[in-house]
Design a binder for this molecule. Sequence first.
Ligand code: SUG
Length: 449
Amino acid sequence: MQASKAYEANFDGLVGPTHNYAGLSFGNVASRSNEKSVANPKAAAKQGLRKMKRLADLGFQQGVLPPLERPSIRLLRDVGFSGDDASVIARAAREAPELLAAASSASAMWTANAATVSPSADTEDGRVHFTPANLAAKLHRAIEHGETRRSLGAIFADEARFRIHHALPGTPALGDEGAANHTRFAREYGDKGVEFFVYGKSEYGQGPQPQRYPARQTLEASRAVARLHGLSNDATVFAQQSPDVIDAGVFHNDVIAVGNRTTLFCHERAFVDQHKVYDELRTKLDALGTPFTALEVLESEVSVEDAVSSYLFNSQLLSSTDGRQLLIVPQECRENARVAAYLDSLASRKTPIDEVLVFDLRESMKNGGGPACLRLRVVLDEAERAAVNARVWMNDALFTQLDAWIDRHYRDRLAPADLADPKLLAESRAALDELTTILGLGAVYDFQR
Ligand code: SUG
């Protein structure tokens, strides 16, 4: 049967008005090393918006996902702060600034962690399946999934085509970080593919474990998501991340590997038993008549340390309509001499990467979020695409509206002490309230209900 034409859409998270550097993510080197520095939410939101616009201009399907309501008054009330909203913030600032920081994080911008998505070509019931990630490893992220599910529901509302599951139970045994640890290979996007799940450790099984930093994703969680999505065993591969790269700061697999269609671009130290992983991918893809190429970067070319500081692999690997493959990298890759030399060498070698595009995403990068962290990939056929809330697609008009909206509502400076400012809550709500109108989302936020 001829598969219907499908596209990969990238849904980027719009950076929220409370973007700040609170050092919340132990194991994420950038987050810890920029702790307590001053953030610029306006610049952050504009950097992300410019990436979306440029990719839309190049002909890619580009959507927008909204920020979540922050600070989360709900979290602060759940941990015992009471009174009116201003008193809740004032008491939290005084008694538990770390909880106020968690409640204020704009971390939902990294939509690669919003959910795992399986295209309809792969699932048993022929729907596109989403499982919001429980992000159980970090408090500031564990509070995202309920709100994320609501936003996804406002965008992918057609239940005949989209199935949005609940997050897995939020406990370490089922720690799930979403699409950052998942990729999919297929000849054409609309063809049945092989889904590749990468985990940091097994809770109940054997296998090595990192010693220094936490493994956020378990095998048990990855298997649960594959089951929920109705994926077949012969079209799934589960691989363990090397524990020593987690200990070097690779807190998600998308810091060391990225895949697209028939290409896996990764570091030679990404996985346990790396060659077995390639073999299993190749065998399962071969059964679908799909070729597979692993473009492996050697430690002698780019060390894991350079990969972590430059985010070479946190790139987007995108197929353009004319069949070329583009690598979207952060500018930190040009600032690292070894990584820049590696990228320059691509032109003279035969690789599946045809062009490299560089973006300034400095504000997000300082929290450990590169181009790939900022996007959630959703493969859609034409009918599914038509069923998506049309207001979230990036185009000239939406860009202009959002750019002006950022100018109206965002601060250009946010220091840790500013999180105690009750005006930030009012500003943030005013911004989000207007955003729901721009994006046609309805009342998705608690404060609107
Ligand atoms: O979960 N940083 C995020 C970065 C997520 C990147 N996503 C992917 N690799 N897909 C995290 O560690 C830092 C927030 C702070 O420290 O203020 C933070 O949450």
